[in-house]
Design a protein around this ligand. Structure first.
Ligand code: TPP
Length: 184
């Protein structure tokens, strides 16, 4: 049976580390699984989770899990080259590829027909890039040690969960405090 985005997010949420999550349903699903002060929910901008996550990985020692979307990473492909150039071993970028802009009505993205994110990530210079289609494959890929890019192929399903009821400023400050406490 095809993997769902929420299964991928649940697996990542079980792990110890910081999570920077894409906006829309991915953040809503992550919040509904378990809200933590180590979760950063991106509320506004597509494609910025990978850039923010790289910055967070570079400036402290905790593991960082970035949950991106295919539509979002396609808007910021440059971040894949910046990650190839600068990423530290604590960086794990998971691109959840459902082939659609799932949070805004399932309009197809370019991964549905032409774009291969694994090849793009490799072509940008990243060494460890995996494509996974099951939770078992995802777990195995996550064991490989970073910097790591995983393209997780999922179906188009979003769980009908409410919006994240937190203010952007609160999310940022809480996340910064959590990083400070973990790294002191
Ligand atoms: C720059 C920008 N353009 C458009 C939007 C509107 N928008 C919010 S979420 C979203 C879809 C995101 O798709 P994807 O990254 O593939 O993630 P999915 O929801 O499918 O998991 C869109 C178009 C936005 N927030 N920011």
């Amino acid at each position: 049976m095809a993997m769902k985005r929420i299964d991928v997010i649940r697996e990542i949420s079980k792990r110890k580390g910081l999570i920077i999550c894409n906006l829309g349903f991915p953040s809503r699903e992550l919040y509904s699984i378990k809200d933590k002060n180590t979760n950063f929910y991106m509320l506004g901008s597509m494609g910025m989770a990978s850039s923010i996550g790289l910055g967070v990985a570079l400036c402290q020692k905790e593991k960082v899990y970035i949950i991106e979307g295919d539509g979002s990473i396609l808007m910021n492909l440059g971040s894949l080259a910046t990650i190839a150039a600068y990423a530290t071993p604590n960086l794990n970028l998971i691109v959840v590829d459902n082939g659609v802009y799932g949070s805004t009505g399932k309009q197809p993205t370019h991964t549905a027909k032409v774009a291969d994110l694994k090849k793009i990530a490799k072509g940008a210079g990243n060494k460890k890039v995996f494509e996974v289609k099951s939770i078992e494959q995802l777990k195995e890929a996550l064991e490989q040690g970073g910097p790591l890019i995983i393209v997780a192929k999922v179906n188009q399903e979003s769980k009908k969960v409410p919006e994240v009821p937190l203010e952007a400023e609160f999310i940022k400050k809480r996340f910064m405090n959590a990083i400070y406490e973990l790294n002191k």
